[in-house]
Write a protein that binds this ligand. Structure first.
Ligand code: HEC
Ligand code: HEC
Length: 86
């Protein structure tokens, strides 16, 4: 298959669109974990889920990811006992 100039331009546009999408999704858009007394001292997922499971005081939204690493998506509290951002 041979590429002419129009094909090349077309491919470049596609590449640019993909790049924008990929860069866009790496941006953190989830809410940070509040830096308050409730959250600063929590170090296990079990503790998080005691309040954020469906029966908790503030359930995760419907369709929330089942992932366990809360801090991977929700920025950990500024003064978290576990230490600085990793
Ligand atoms: C003792 C109960 C409790 C525990 C434990 C707890 N939370 Fe929360 N969380 C709350 C309550 C209540 C709110 C809503 C009010 C607030 O902002 O503090 C909340 C709010 C949040 C929010 C949303 C903030 C916003 O801006 O709406 C996130 C994200 C969150 N918690 C994550 C976590 C994670 C991750 C853990 C474990 C490291 C955790 N929570 C542990 C009670 C808890
Ligand atoms: C794969 C990414 C991801 C992981 C891991 C994750 N969450 Fe979330 N969480 C989200 C998204 C996306 C939302 C909804 C959008 C937003 O919060 O801005 C959300 C929303 C929430 C909310 C509701 C915030 C509000 O006020 O609307 C709570 C509470 C919460 N998550 C708790 C947790 C806890 C606790 C854990 C760990 C067990 C966890 N999340 C792990 C992505 C994630």
């Amino acid at each position: 298959m041979k590429f002419n100039k129009r094909d090349t331009i077309f491919l470049l546009i596609i590449a640019a669109v993909i790049l924008v999408l990929v860069v866009g999704t790496t941006e953190r858009t989830t809410k940070a974990v509040p830096d308050n007394d409730t959250h600063k001292n929590v170090t296990s997922r079990e503790q998080c889920m005691a309040c954020h499971s469906a029966e908790g005081v503030k359930p995760q939204p419907l369709g929330h990811p089942k992932a366990n690493q809360c801090f991977q998506c929700h920025k950990q509290p500024e003064h978290w006992v576990g230490g600085k951002n990793k």
